[in-house]
Design a protein. Structure first.
Length: 305
């Protein structure tokens, strides 16, 4: 480059993006209850459309309250561990499982205010059993323990601190208002939180497969429309994971995205291959959406996911 033609930037380059929240509805059985996309919301902390994190989270929580109430159990990660969020859950009388940070304080049975890990220190688990680790695809030995506690700012609400330990891993400290009478109730809370891993798979598939992380538009409204269309496509693909569509799914993968590798054969729900197979099917046989809706034959119809 010519001297003076280009001056390299000084210091780090920061490109602000969008904040992203989602609600995914899952069942207890991983194979029989595939995930379903309930809601997605994007917001920014800059400009004329600036919003706040807690406001957006509270909007989604209120939407869940109106839709399901106590029919579902709300599961939250450590990012929601706070007195404010716990107060919202208690105020709406929701069923919840909240992963508590080990250094955050609670009140034990003796009325002492201590960190969560100190409350459970030295106490042996109620029961041990082999648990399947779906993330690492292996069986692990785990133990469960439940202790009655309260929060310093919400002493009127009785809570349970469920401690799930595993060999070679960090323990989980799960806070819940569900009544726990025995080890089976404690295991139920632990397995409910384990299903939270589905939201991490949602981020992975949306970013890598559907390119949510790189929309090639700048203005807010076109970008939001593009992301909403991609979210609709993702919700449609999730419906194909239901057991009812097992034969259709096998035919799609065999005909339009055939693979012979060991990993592809052992994959329970090959999301990327299913998206590719459906795209190739619609490229070879374009669907006539207008004829399905009763509005006549379209001139050109090419749809790609």
């Amino acid at each position: 480059m010519k001297k003076g033609y280009y001056t390299p930037p000084r210091g780090p380059i920061f490109v602000p993006g969008l904040h992203w929240l989602a609600v995914v509805l899952v069942g207890c059985d991983q194979s029989a209850d595939p995930p379903a996309l309930a809601c997605m919301r994007w917001w920014t902390s800059r400009g004329a459309r600036a919003s706040f994190k807690r406001d957006e989270q509270a909007k989604l929580l209120l939407q869940g309250v109106l839709l399901w109430g106590r029919e579902v159990m709300h599961v939250f990660d450590q990012g929601f561990a706070s007195s404010f969020w716990l107060g919202l859950l208690v105020a709406f009388s929701l069923r919840f499982v909240l992963r508590w940070k080990k250094d955050y304080q609670l009140v034990d049975e003796q009325g002492q205010r201590r960190a969560a890990w100190k409350i459970a220190r030295g106490k042996r688990g109620w029961q041990q059993r082999l648990v399947w680790d779906c993330r690492r695809h292996q069986w692990v030995m785990a133990s469960i323990l439940a202790l009655p506690v309260t929060h310093p700012d919400h002493r009127e609400q009785p809570l349970w601190l469920v401690v799930a330990r595993r060999k070679g891993g960090l323990p989980w400290y799960l806070l819940t208002a569900e009544p726990i009478a025995n080890a089976d109730d404690a295991w139920r809370i632990m397995f409910a939180y384990a299903r939270r891993w589905q939201i991490e798979l949602t981020w992975k598939e949306n970013k890598s497969e559907l390119a949510f992380q790189s929309p090639r538009v700048w203005e807010w409204e076109p970008r939001e429309k593009l992301l909403l269309l991609a979210a609709l496509a993702y919700a449609f693909l999730l419906t194909l994971l239901a057991p009812f569509y097992t034969l259709l799914r096998r035919w799609l993968l065999r005909r339009y995205c055939h693979r012979t590798g060991r990993h592809c054969r052992q994959a329970h729900a090959p999301f990327a291959r299913m998206r590719m197979a459906l795209s190739r099917l619609w490229q070879s046989v374009p669907p006539h959406w207008e004829s399905l809706s009763g509005r006549g034959q379209p001139t050109v119809s090419v749809t790609m996911l």
